[in-house]
Design a binder for this molecule. Sequence first.
Ligand code: ZN
Length: 468
Amino acid sequence: MAAPATPGTADGAERLVIENAYIATVDAAGTEYAHGHVVVAGGRIESVGAGSAPEGLTGVTRRVDATGHLVTPGLVNTHHHFYQWITRGLATDHNLFNWLVALYPTWARIDEPMTYAAARGSLAMMARGGVTTAMDHHYVFPRGSGDLSGAIIRAAAETGVRFTLARGSMDRGEKDGGLPPDFAVESLEGALAATEETIDRHHDASFDAMTQIAVAPCSPFSVSTELMREGAELARRKGVRLHTHGSETVEEEQFCKELFGMGPTDYFASTGWLGEDVWMAHCVHMNDSDIDAFARTGTGVAHCPSSNARLAAGIARVPDLLAAGVPVGLGVDGTASNESGELHTELRNALLINRLGPHREAALTARQALRLGTHGGARVLGRGDQTGSLEPGKLADLVLWRMDTLAHASIADPVTALVLGAPAPVTLSLVGGRTVVEDNHLTTVDEDAVARSTREAAQRLAQIAAGG
Ligand SMILES: [Zn+2]
């Protein structure tokens, strides 16, 4: 999409030029340039390559000397629950089911202002750490709580990141053998109608879309089989993606076997939930035939190593998933099970935790970890042709990481420094060519004001929950 004509330029485009950087493109060949350039025009990458930018460029509005920096595609987060930003640090010594039972009564009290504040906190934390594409799996819609989806989408637009709202739902409350309290669940018809309305109102299928919607019933243990089936039909009728939690814990596997007479992957297959348009969070407890089913159908995985460790869920078989050809991205998961809420930790933990598994030092390389957090994530969100790698024609979603300070200057290789070192300062982060972070600060929202509003929302929610 060309920018409007600018006087004095040959083709009307305004250009941003980045030079003197180490560039990891994360293209299919893993091309890197020790000393390279990127040219951005009209919100897209115009050129990327070795040495200085081509001579004779017109319309250059900014030239960045990126000496001492690593340039990568922007990070892509593929699984999150923004509302949990205001319930961090609770139930810290629980496994998944006990943690859910402890927190559902509090979560069931959220309202629109709290959800908006929590979304701003979650988004700000990710964006300042180099995330350019975010997602929120939101599935708690207490009766009378307002337009939660609208509030979340507004927060994402204000923060300036590309965004997928996975419109979640729960219709299996305690009285039907589920875990959530009955007043926190929707009816089957209500959940489907609200999801369809959210798609109609907000989904943008265009190449440079800033907002997309997915259909996302919460999990097999909080959702009826009808909602899984009809949710999948709705998504395919509307041409949007499908997302849910799957195979997270041993307890979930037992639950599925008792209730449905089969494990989670077979249950997903029986309800229409395997396919190229589906991505699933966690996928920790997968046997070889489960992995084969994902590979055969092109079903994607959002790997959330920190959350899996926090809830003692186990180690996902990422090396085996990748070897089988399963698309894999990274997710922070909700911040009630990953208080950090920034994606750098997931790059690092994906590598470290998988090396504790059977593949040991051969489990993942630093470059594979970076790929999971960029192009791998874009692929599972259905946007691998648009973002996630630095290639001409793709969206200008990119990050300049500062590598010449105390934390990183003596690490031999910049990609290793990014993945295994401390979180790197972000000198510049662009989403569609627009600046979101400059000199390690958000340019789109006031970080201190966001912090204050999230603290107030957390205190108000705690008071309401304590009062019953
Ligand atoms: Zn989750």
